[in-house]
Design a binder for this molecule. Structure first.
Ligand code: HEM
Length: 414
């Protein structure tokens, strides 16, 4: 990487080199163009924020709106004009509407409900590991990292087991990032099917409530917050599934890959099981699964780091870059599970401010249990092809950071 223009082009076009390792590009941008104007393939003027302090401030800046209906033209051009409303949700709203939705969901999605999932998560992890071949290469993403969160979310929401694979298929289509008409049509169809699916499920839960989050959300009442409308319930169910699936799956994949690649780090966690909490925070900081926060747009002219972001422009906040900023973290390119002061809110891997990840406690619990039980069960586990290097996802837009595959041998013959 030589010039700043090359760095901007790499980030803007999401080049294969940038996908393989975005960090040198981000380092370049942090140094030379920390608030960087660019025009990605979706065609909207976008400002990329890469430094920690700017990113943290931008994540909670009320002048940077999350209500994408306000930026409707840009929004339509990127995501298409869906005929169904799956985005009547927290992540797409500001101010009082956001506060009301977040309060209602938080009254039902409590820490107790998350902790109550622990035995079921453990059982699911063990079941998935039982089903993996131990002595031959297995791709841990489809065999383990992807099914775990979708099973957990389905349990949480009260989705019947027989509907899981349909939900997984639809969620995968909706979560793909891309541009172009054909892509948008496929996504729209999947959104319509998801909308119909959740509408039916909510009707069934209204008639026969269960001990699940969706039933609790239907019943949730909050004084002047009222109750969630049908449209809000459908969007909320969709958001929880969408936000909680690939994010957690890719994090588990990234974490396993880095721990296997750096055995001294893995050994530290194995020698001191309590370290798993700090280790997961460090793994989120070092190579978390959400590379960029969701778009914001400027509702007025805003200045960041001496750069004017004009009213109406989109803002892309590179969390992965902020988490490697040496102004905030010592030796940021080193994975150090014993990193001092790496508290839960030091890194920005789960966002910051009012949109801070609602599912972070669940994501942490799932990842901690997945890693602990995996390495307890298969202490000799190894990458199937360590010399081959990892194959990272190639996506047209850096939303997720994850592996395309993770071939391992769980129990290489000793
Ligand atoms: C490792 C896994 C996860 C990561 C890295 C992650 C990351 C994030 C980030 C960065 C945001 C803020 C986005 C922004 O401000 O633009 C966010 C928001 C959110 N996340 Fe997560 N997430 C994870 C897992 C989950 C899970 C398991 C759930 C739910 C079951 C969930 C539900 C949500 C929701 C509902 C929001 C929106 C909150 C709001 O707008 O107030 N996430 N997440």
């Amino acid at each position: 990487m030589t010039t700043i223009q090359e760095a901007v082009t790499a980030a803007e076009r999401c080049t294969p080199e940038f996908r393989r390792d975005p960090h040198p590009v981000y380092a370049h941008l942090r140094a030379a163009a920390p608030v960087c104007p660019m025009t990605p393939p979706h065609g909207n003027e976008t400002y990329l924020i890469t430094r920690y302090e700017d990113a943290r401030a931008a994540l909670s800046d009320p002048r940077l709106s999350k209500d994408m209906y306000g930026a409707m033209d840009a929004y339509r051009r990127i995501f298409g004009d869906s005929s169904v409303a799956l985005d009547d949700n927290m992540l797409n709203s500001d101010g009082p509407k956001h506060t009301r939705l977040r309060r209602l969901v938080s009254s039902a999605f409590t820490p107790r409900r998350v902790q109550a999932l622990r035995p079921r998560i453990e059982e699911t992890v063990r079941g998935l590991l039982d089903a993996c071949p131990a002595r031959e290469p297995v791709d841990l993403l489809p065999a383990f990292a992807f099914p775990l969160p979708i099973i957990v979310i389905c349990d949480l929401l009260g989705v019947p087991a027989e509907d899981r694979s349909q939900l997984q298929r639809l969620s995968t289509t909706v979560a793909r990032t891309g541009f172009g008409e054909e892509f948008k049509r496929a996504q729209q169809k999947a959104e319509e099917e998801l909308h119909a699916f959740f509408t039916q499920l909510i009707t069934a839960k209204r008639e026969q409530p269960g001990d699940d989050l969706l039933s609790a959300l239907i019943a949730a009442r909050g004084g002047e917050d009222g109750a969630l409308t049908q449209s809000e319930l459908v969007s909320m169910a969709f958001l929880l599934m969408f936000a909680g699936h690939k994010t957690t799956a890719y994090l588990i994949g990234n974490a396993v890959y880095h721990l296997l690649s750096q055995p001294q780090q893995l050994r530290a966690v194995r020698d001191d099981p309590e370290l798993i909490h700090a280790a997961v925070e460090e793994l989120v900081r070092f190579d978390g699964s959400v590379e960029s926060a969701t778009f914001r747009y400027a509702t007025e002219d805003v200045e960041y780091g001496g750069t004017l972001i004009p009213k109406g422009a989109l803002v892309q906040i590179a969390l992965s870059s902020a988490n490697r900023d040496s102004r905030k973290f010592d030796a940021p390119d080193e994975l150090d599970v014993r990193r001092p002061g790496n508290a839960q809110d030091a890194h920005l891997g789960f966002g910051h401010g009012s949109h801070y990840c609602l599912g972070a406690p669940l994501a942490r619990l799932e990842t901690q249990l997945a890693l602990t039980l995996l390495f307890d069960r298969f202490p000799r586990m190894a990458l199937a092809d360590p010399a081959g290097g990892p194959r990272w996802l190639e996506v047209p837009f850096p939303a997720f950071r994850g592996l395309a595959e993770l071939p391992v041998v769980l129990d290489p013959a000793g």
